[in-house]
Design a protein. Structure first.
Length: 131
């Protein structure tokens, strides 16, 4: 960076994990992968019942993206009626240690985050901060 000017920086160079964050932590990706890792192969309706607030359209979109990314395997069974099952791939399963670390962090720290939020909000109310 030169004095007084800023050079454009490629976001991937500024934060090399951002592509992974985009893949793994997109809305619904983590709950879907967690459910498939925790409960094994499932049909669409089973996943939908586990993830009660996701719409069928969004679940379909996320499953297609996860399959494209190589994190989920879709198996079509040509029966009557046809049956489709989803399971986490080996690549998806390799994320289990990351999820375990995040689960540990959350159990140790979410209470601290909540306290910080409450303290911050209380200061804002007292100080009249609007932004």
């Amino acid at each position: 960076m030169t004095s007084g000017t800023r050079e454009a920086v490629d976001p991937e160079q500024a934060c090399p994990i951002s592509p992974v964050v985009d893949i793994v932590f997109s809305r619904w990706t983590t709950p879907i992968l967690w459910a498939l890792n925790e409960f094994g192969r499932q049909r669409f309706v089973e996943l939908s019942r586990r993830l009660t607030t996701i719409t069928p359209k969004v679940l379909t979109q996320r499953l297609r993206q996860l399959e494209r990314d190589g994190l989920v395997v879709r198996t079509y069974h040509p029966e009557v009626p046809p049956r489709v099952e989803y399971e986490i791939s080996e690549l998806g399963r390799s994320l289990a240690p990351l999820f375990a670390t995040l689960a540990e962090w959350s159990s140790e720290n979410l209470g601290k985050v909540e306290r910080a939020r409450l303290e911050h909000d209380a200061r804002d109310r007292v100080g009249g901060r609007r932004n």
